[in-house]
Design a binder for this molecule. Structure first.
Ligand code: NAD
Length: 259
């Protein structure tokens, strides 16, 4: 399918690996002018080269921390006026809320709520003027079905979700959409590290625990990042202008509800 977004400028945050990178790849494959970012220069430069080589087009990159104001300024300098914005950042660490300080809460809010809102603020009005914009926030299945220990993540992302629900309804008539993608368990470095930590706490072998979680899941496997990227690219496509303010769960059927 031609997604109808060839030549659109796309800024994809936190994208040297994992889900962000998969979104960047799918958008580059669809013909977008993609800019990726991550904190480590060597990683983001290498990822841009690899994504660009596969897509057959140059991919711009910038090394920055998207949770800081300076990082966001660098990102927007590298990709001024994006038509497509994919908000993403690392997730907060799991733990017990009794151990979290105010600083822990502020860090989580900065990364997973305030950084995306700041980027939306910096870009959405120009999208309205151009009568095209697609903003996708990578949140988490934990927003829909809270998981033990993920309170920082769930709370910060729920705040973003509430904000997006309101804003999305004010710009939809200008062909500007905001939606959230809620990943379940996808085969990325973050998942591997997270499962290894759970295995340690349970006193189990990391590989055996990983295989058990995969094999006992509803789909019998974890999600592939490229599946996530393809969904993101469709949401950013010319065809998705009527998908407004939605929270789209991609979890291989793990959530047991009918709706
Ligand atoms: P990942 O660790 O594989 O990749 C994270 C990417 O973000 C890397 O490129 C890293 O360099 C970059 N990054 C992290 N912090 C950054 C920052 N402050 N500034 C710029 N770049 C930064 O992680 P992932 O699995 O792709 O997860 C992406 C997001 O989705 C995370 O917020 C994660 O919590 C969430 N999530 C992931 C899963 C999953 O199963 N993988 C499930 C639910 C939610």
């Amino acid at each position: 399918m031609d997604l109808g977004i060839a030549g659109r400028r796309a800024l994809v945050c936190a994208s040297s690996k994992g889900l962000g990178r998969a979104c960047a790849q799918a958008l580059a494959d669809a013909g977008c002018e993609v800019t990726i970012l991550a904190r480590t220069r060597a990683d983001v430069e290498r990822a841009a080269g690899e994504i660009g080589e596969r897509a057959g087009r140059a991919v711009a990159w910038v090394a920055c921390d998207i949770t800081t104001a300076e990082g966001r300024a660098s990102a927007l300098a590298a990709c001024p006026q994006p038509d497509i914005l994919v908000n993403n950042a690392g997730g907060p660490p799991p733990g017990d809320f009794r151990d979290w300080s105010r600083d822990d809460w502020i860090r989580a809010l900065d990364a997973n709520m305030l950084a995306p809102i700041a980027l939306i603020k910096a870009t959405v009005d120009a999208m309205v003027e151009r009568r095209f914009g697609r903003i996708v926030n990578i949140t988490s299945a934990a927003v829909k079905a809270p998981m033990e220990g993920l309170g920082l993540s769930t709370a910060a992302r729920s705040g973003l979700t509430g904000f997006v629900a309101g804003l999305a309804r004010t710009v939809a008539r200008h062909n500007v959409t905001l939606n959230n993608l809620m990943p379940g368990l996808f085969e990325t470095d973050r998942l591997r590290v997270g499962l290894a930590a759970q295995a340690r706490m349970a006193g189990q072998d990391a590989d055996a625990f990983h295989a058990m979680r995969r094999d006992t899941s509803v789909a019998g496997r974890f999600g592939r990042p490229e599946e996530f990227g393809a969904y993101c690219a469709f949401l950013c496509s010319a065809h998705a202008g009527y998908v407004v303010g939605q929270n789209l769960l991609i979890d291989g059927g793990a959530f047991p509800g009918t709706f």
